[in-house]
Design a protein around this ligand. Structure first.
Ligand code: 3DU
Length: 219
C-alpha cells in the first residue's frame, strides 16, 4: 500500500451505488478504502472488486476465530480481491499465523487490531495491547490498528515496535480524534469514515484531512 495522502476511507455505507459514487469522488485523496460488515453484508462480496478500481481495498472483518476458520475466511477475502485483511490479535499466535500464511500465499497484507478506539477498547484490550503489538511484529504482520482517539497510546505502540510495522489509526473525526495529532504520534495512515462519507462533499472533506496531514508532516 503506497503512502501518499495517509488517508484511508472507511466506507460504511450500505448502498452499492452510493459506495461507488463516494469512492470515485474521493479517490485522489485516499490511499485505500476500508470495507467491512455494513457494506459487504448489504451488497455482497462483489463490491470489493468494484471498489478496487478506485483504490486498494482493506477488508475489515476483524477476523477472530480458530486457525482453520481464520484460514477459510482469509482465503475468501483475498479471492474476492482484497489487498489486505484486518484481524484481531487477542485470539493468539496460532490464529494470527493462519491469517499471515494465507496472506503470504496471495501476496497480501494483514493488519492486527491491538486496541480499539471506542471507550470500551480501554476495558479489556488496552491492558494486552502491547503484547499483541509485539506478537504481530514477531509473526510478520504488515501493520497494526491503533486508536486515533488516544494518540498517547499510538506513540507508546510506535516506540515499542519501531519501524517493524505500519500503523493505521481509526477514530478521527466522528469519534473525536484529530488526524494531525495521531500522525504526529507515529501513525502511518488515519482511517476516516463518517467525517468523509457523511459530509456534504466527501471529496472536500477528504481533501481537508489530507491537507491537515501534509501540513503536519511538513512541520
Ligand atoms: O468512526 P468512523 O465513522 O470514522 O469510522 C471508523 C471505522 O474504523 C469504522 O469502520 C470502524 O468499524 C473502524 N474501527 C474503529 O473505529 C475502531 C477500531 O479500533 C477498529 C476499527
Amino acid at each position: 500500500m503506497e503512502r501518499n495522502t495517509c488517508v484511508i476511507l472507511a466506507l460504511d455505507v450500505t448502498d452499492r451505488k452510493e459506495a461507488i459514487r463516494i469512492a470515485e469522488d474521493v479517490r485522489e485523496f485516499v490511499d485505500a478504502i476500508k470495507v467491512g460488515y455494513p457494506l459487504i453484508l448489504a451488497t455482497g462480496l462483489r463490491i470489493i472488486r468494484e471498489l478496487a478500481e478506485f483504490a486498494p481495498i482493506i477488508a475489515d472483518f476483524k477476523v477472530a476465530d480458530i486457525p482453520n476458520t481464520n484460514r477459510l475466511i482469509c482465503e475468501q477475502v483475498f479471492e474476492a480481491g482484497a489487498d489486505a485483511v484486518i484481524v484481531q490479535g487477542f485470539t493468539g499466535r496460532d490464529s494470527l499465523d493462519a491469517c499471515i500464511e494465507v496472506a503470504s500465499e496471495y501476496r497480501k497484507d494483514v493488519f492486527v487490531v491491538s486496541e480499539m478506539s471506542h471507550p470500551g477498547g480501554a476495558e479489556f484490550m488496552q491492558p494486552v495491547a502491547e503484547a499483541i503489538a509485539k506478537m504481530a511484529a514477531e509473526a510478520g504482520a504488515f501493520g497494526l490498528v491503533a486508536p486515533a482517539t488516544r494518540p498517547e497510546r499510538v506513540k507508546r505502540i510506535r516506540k515499542l515496535i519501531g519501524d517493524k510495522l505500519t500503523i493505521i489509526s481509526p477514530g478521527v473525526g466522528a469519534q473525536g480524534g484529530k488526524a494531525s495529532d495521531v500522525i504526529a504520534a507515529g501513525a502511518d495512515w488515519v482511517i476516516v469514515g463518517r467525517s468523509i462519507y457523511k459530509a456534504e462533499s466527501p471529496k472536500e472533506a477528504a481533501c481537508e484531512i489530507a491537507a491537515e496531514i501534509e501540513a503536519e508532516l511538513r512541520g
